[in-house]
Design a protein around this ligand. Structure first.
Ligand SMILES: Nc1ncnc2c1ncn2[C@@H]1O[C@H](COP(=O)(O)OP(=O)(O)OP(=O)(O)O)[C@@H](O)[C@H]1O
Length: 616
């Protein structure tokens, strides 16, 4: 701890300097001046005692001690004023340091690769590092206290050394046991926190599920409340056991330390008595020595306690620093080759990809796909076959493990990622429902562009969200977050229209739509597919991922995926022609569900009317 402390204080000072240099200077000056005043006060106390315990009449002795008395009072006044100036400065610094430390990691975490966010180890670090910002805030107070105690201690130790050199080591001896005990307890607490951090997170998750508005209907209808509570209690009880274990250990360590402190104090006072008895020290000096020992040991005790707190907090700040370092290593690169503005095609060439930490088969396995500009490409396949993964790689959210994705001749892995993100718009299956107004929910597709009303209206109309917007109590300015004042809840399908409007508003070269109509009514669904077709006619490239196979009839090419591989590709007619194709099998299975009694059975290309009937 002793070797780390200067580094810790330096880190806290650097943070504080970034947050508010003026307040930092105020605290530093106040602490230094307060410490000096305290030393002067102690020397003045010695003078008072020398005069009072010297020879002569009481009134003479009092008169002689008067200037020293005045010095004690003046020093006390300065100490009080400086303490108050330091408290004001620290209070000003603390919230600013918290903000700077929080921004420091939030800024980075928002820019790391998606793979890092999903990485279990990175998340664990994120969990514990989040405490770091609060710890950095608290460190300011402890740093101030440590500095104050250290200066006071130096003053007391200086006075003691002048009085008698043997007293200083005895003072240190008195405080060492409590230093050892505090450090041991802090270290144990920190290690326990790290071992239990995931457990505590899971416990918090259970308790938030019980009050979560989205989970509320199921919690009631399926009577999940009791189940969640039971697990919450079990987890909390395990946590309590750990706390009890720590408390027992702390009590034992504290008791051992108190024993040693008692022995050291006895030795100190015995030495003082011996010095007095042998006549080596006179009474006035012994009186000052007692005061200096008491002040010094109080300062040393406080120094140790504050250092210990500082150390404990610094472990969390160190986690925060580790997180920032780790995030820096996993940041999305900010430079790269420029991407062609209008590529003639985007190609997946033998692309393989496995999610980090997943040992089983790859999510994409030697995938070859060509997406010509201005065409609609459909990706179909069973659940878990890799469609969404392919879309995420196309958007630049992951980088292939092998193979490459090219925009004409530029490898996307080497391209300027900001440009790549700029070129794509996504309606993901699990697109985010921002707890903001309807306006922001659409405009956030281009967060830096001005919120131009006609453009927003056009995007809403495109997605069929215009009716939803006009039916909202405050139109575009309705807050789409239930549970807040003025908040409003819209249906899943209405959200989906908002999501499509957002992607439309983004107006990117490539539009990736992942199951865009799953929550839409039949008419809205038809309208979305018509709009998508119109977009392609206007030159926009569309990648359509869907399970609604009738909607891919008019796409330019269909890729069929199975277990991360492309198993078929071709136009609708080409894929329906062979008797044993996977697409044909899926299509017929789906179309049979729409077959009603008395209707002719579904037929194949070459008999278009009946096939249409079946698909409908
Ligand atoms: N973030 C992730 N981390 C780890 N594995 C994932 C992740 N996302 C998907 N997978 C796995 O990758 C495989 C492909 O998933 P993907 O979401 O691409 O399938 P999909 O074809 O889009 O499925 P669906 O039709 O159900 O949407 C699955 O085995 C899935 O479990």
């Amino acid at each position: 701890m002793i070797t780390r402390t200067p580094r810790l204080i330096a880190a806290a000072v650097r943070l504080a300097h970034r947050a508010d240099p003026t307040a930092l200077r105020q605290v530093a000056v106040a602490e230094l001046a307060g410490g000096i005043a305290q030393a002067v006060g102690l020397v003045a106390v010695n003078q008072v005692l020398v005069h009072l315990l010297g020879s002569g009449g009481t009134s003479e002795k009092l008169a002689a001690a008067l200037p020293a008395f005045a010095a004690v009072a003046f020093a006390a006044l300065i100490v009080a004023l400086m303490k108050s100036a330091s408290t004001a400065g620290t209070g000003q610094l603390e919230p600013k340091v918290f903000r700077v430390a929080t921004e420091q990691y939030l800024q980075r975490v928002a820019r790391v690769e998606l793979a890092a966010v999903e990485d279990e180890e990175f998340h664990k670090l994120l969990d514990s590092a989040q405490w770091g910002a609060e710890s950095a805030r608290r460190m300011i107070k402890f740093c101030t206290s440590v500095t104050a105690s250290a200066i006071s201690l130096i003053a007391a130790a200086g006075v003691l050394t002048v009085l008698h050199p043997a007293l200083l080591p005895l003072l240190a001896l008195m405080t060492l046991p409590s230093a050892w005990s505090s450090l041991t307890i802090a270290r144990r607490r920190y290690l326990s926190f790290h071992t239990w951090v995931q457990h505590a997170r899971a416990g918090r998750l259970l308790s938030t599920l019980l009050i979560d508005a989205q989970a509320a209907p199921e919690v009631r209808v399926h009577n999940i409340g009791a189940f969640l509570l039971r697990h919450f209690r079990t987890m909390a009880e395990t946590g309590e056991q750990e706390q009890t274990r720590l408390a027992r250990l702390a009590a034992r360590t504290g008791l051992i330390a108190s024993g040693w402190t008692g022995l050291a104090s006895s030795a100190t006072y015995a030495t003082l008595g011996l010095l007095l008895w042998s006549g080596t020290m006179d009474l006035a000096v012994a009186g000052t020595a007692v005061i200096a020992i008491r002040t010094g040991s109080a300062n040393l005790e406080s120094l140790v306690v504050q250092l210990n707190y500082l150390y404990e907090e610094s472990l969390f700040v160190a986690d925060l620093e580790r997180l920032c370092k780790e995030a820096d290593a996993r940041l999305i690169p900010e430079t790269g080759k420029p991407l062609p503005a209008n590529p003639s095609a985007i190609r997946f060439e033998n692309v393989s990809f496995t999610y980090p930490g997943v040992a089983e088969r790859p999510a994409l396995d030697s995938v070859n796909v060509t997406i010509p500009s201005g065409r609609i490409i459909a990706i179909v396949g069973n659940n878990g076959s890799g469609k969404s993964t392919l879309a995420k790689l196309l958007c630049g959210l992951y980088v292939p493990d092998s193979g490459r994705i090219t925009w004409d001749d530029v490898d996307a892995a080497e391209a300027d990622r900001a440009q790549l993100f700029d070129r794509v718009a996504v309606v993901a299956q699990d697109f985010y429902r921002w707890p903001f107004t309807a306006r922001i929910n659409v405009a956030i597709g281009r967060p830096d562009a001005p919120h131009d009303e006609p453009l927003l209206d056009a995007a809403a109309e495109y997605a069929g969200a215009d009716e939803t917007i006009s039916s909202l109590p405050r139109g575009w300015d309705t807050l789409l977050a239930r549970g807040y004042k003025g908040g409003h809840q819209i249906s899943g399908g209405q959200w989906q229209r908002i999501g499509i409007a957002r992607a439309r508003h983004r107006n990117a070269r490539v539009l990736v739509v992942d199951e865009p109509t799953s929550a839409l009514d039949a008419e809205a669904e038809q309208r979305v597919f018509d709009q998508i077709r119109r977009l392609a006619a206007e030159g926009q490239t569309v990648v359509l991922i869907t399970h609604r196979l009738h909607s891919v009839r008019h796409t330019d090419e269909i890729y069929v995926m199975e277990q991360g591989r492309i198993i078929e590709r071709g136009t609708f007619d080409e894929l329906m022609r062979p008797q044993e194709g996977a697409f044909r099998r899926m299509y017929l299975t789906q179309s049979r569900q729409y077959h009603f009694e008395g209707e002719e059975s579904v037929s194949l290309p070459g008999q278009p009317e009946q096939a249409e009937q079946g698909a409908r």
